[in-house]
Ligand binder design. Structure first.
Ligand SMILES: NC(=O)c1ccc[n+]([C@@H]2O[C@H](COP(=O)([O-])OP(=O)(O)OC[C@H]3O[C@@H](n4cnc5c(N)ncnc54)[C@H](OP(=O)(O)O)[C@@H]3O)[C@@H](O)[C@H]2O)c1
Ligand SMILES: [Zn+2]
Ligand SMILES: [Zn+2]
Length: 372
């Protein structure tokens, strides 16, 4: 059964209001599905450890669609405002916040909070705040980045330089999700296959190449060959071509699977004995994920899967991107055209994202003055 955002958050819930009284306008899913509605709202009172930002850019992640369509379960709060690839400018600062000032440019990703109890929490203490048992996600029940305004504890914002391209917002989910396992398990010189050339996958290709791998894009769509090569792929494998797949068997040290449908058996066939299969794609939970354990066991494959990386990995990633000039390829949509960006991601209408859809709010802000 779906839940109600106002009941879940009580007096900490954002409240719908008239546009003249609104701190921000969100693009909300008011019920399960893929339809968004403009939603003027007021934030709850700013806590002394929070900051409020004016969102300039927000990326759309396939996870947003899995959540809004109940693909990962029914425990979703509506109205739902997704968005966890956020770039913006600080607008208001809580009294106890010293790390940020009004006017600073910031980024925000998937993790809203963690327990920060360094004595008692092994994960927070060791820098794995993304694995903290009390880690909270950016949206659901809270409002995320499909909005002109966003508010959260200061702890999980990234400070970004004024020359950081706002459209690079997808680094904060897509980027960090693929940077983390490549940086942890991959070594230069390895033969790496990236399955799925989408939002995560195209960044996987870029990072793997910049880290010194011999990189192959593995895609269901042979029309992506030129684009995949422009992202750094040395080779291209059409996963729908049986002959190509047969010839590529046992040839990879590392496979990073970023697709929305995961085929573990297919991945394992491609991997050399003692190789690594790292899954980051997360399919619709209503579909069975069958695989043959003999393939994994027989080749002694290291099977691993990870959520979005931690804060320190995020800082490392931003530095890596700056040095190696790794940024997502985005298609920009005006904030008012959020529905078009959603249709592209969810239904491929009129076309699938190339390669990340990002909303920008600048033109919208010419028509909307937020209440202070
Ligand atoms: N681990 C995490 O923490 C984390 C973080 C973010 C996202 N995710 C998950 O990662 C996945 C990818 O997200 P995204 O935003 O990158 O999505 P996306 O931009 O839509 O890309 C997904 C790619 O999957 C491939 N694909 C589509 N249909 C397929 C099918 N039927 N069989 C096999 N492959 C198919 C396509 O690549 P080709 O055309 O090249 O085949 C497509 O570009 C989603 O499941 C998302 O929820 C996980
Ligand atoms: Zn995401
Ligand atoms: Zn913790």
């Amino acid at each position: 059964m779906v839940k109600n955002t106002y009941e879940t958050l009580g007096d900490r819930a954002p409240k719908p209001c008239a546009i003249g009284d609104a701190h921000g306008v969100a693009m909300a899913f008011t019920e399960p599905g893929t339809t968004v509605t403009p939603f003027p709202f007021q934030h709850p009172e700013l806590l002394d450890n929070e900051i409020r930002i004016h969102v300039t850019h927000a990326g759309l992640c396939h996870s947003d669609i899995f959540v809004s369509t109940l693909g990962w379960g029914e425990n979703v709060n509506f109205p739902l405002v997704p968005g966890h690839e956020i770039v913006g400018v600080v607008e208001k600062v809580g009294e106890r916040v010293s790390r940020f000032h009004v006017g600073d440019r910031v980024g925000f990703g998937v993790w809203r909070e963690c327990c920060e109890q360094y004595e008692s929490c092994r994960e927070c203490r060791n820098g794995f705040d993304n694995l903290c048992p009390k880690a909270k996600l950016t949206y659901d029940p809270y409002f995320g980045g499909y909005a002109t305004s966003f508010q959260a504890h200061a702890s999980h914002f990234y400070k970004i330089s004024d020359d950081f391209p706002g459209q690079a917002a997808p680094l904060f989910c897509a980027g960090l999700t693929v940077f983390s396992p490549l940086n942890t398990h991959m070594r230069a010189g390895m033969k790496v296959g990236v399955v799925g050339v989408g939002g995560l996958g195209h960044l996987g290709l870029k990072f793997a190449r910049a880290m010194g791998a011999e990189v192959t894009a593995i895609s269901t769509n042979p029309h992506k060959i030129e684009e995949a090569k422009s992202f750094g792929a040395h080779h291209f494998l059409n996963s729908r071509d049986e002959q190509q797949m047969k010839e590529a068997a046992n040839s990879f040290d590392f496979i990073l699977d970023t697709a929305i449908q995961i085929n573990i058996d297919q991945d394992c066939k491609l991997i050399k004995p003692r190789g690594i299969l790292n899954i980051v794609g997360l399919p619709d939970a209503r579909e069975n994920l069958n695989f043959n354990l003999f393939t994994i066991l027989g080749k002694n494959i290291n099977l691993t899967a990870n959520p979005v990386g931690s804060r320190w990995e995020g800082d490392q990633m931003l530095e890596f991107c700056r040095v190696h000039d790794v940024y997502p390829l985005v298609e920009e949509y005006k904030f008012a055209d959020c529905q078009a960006a959603v249709n592209s991601l969810a239904h491929g209408v009129p076309h699938y994202p190339k390669f990340r859809n990002v909303m920008e709010t600048a033109s919208f802000m010419e028509t909307f003055t937020p209440s202070k």
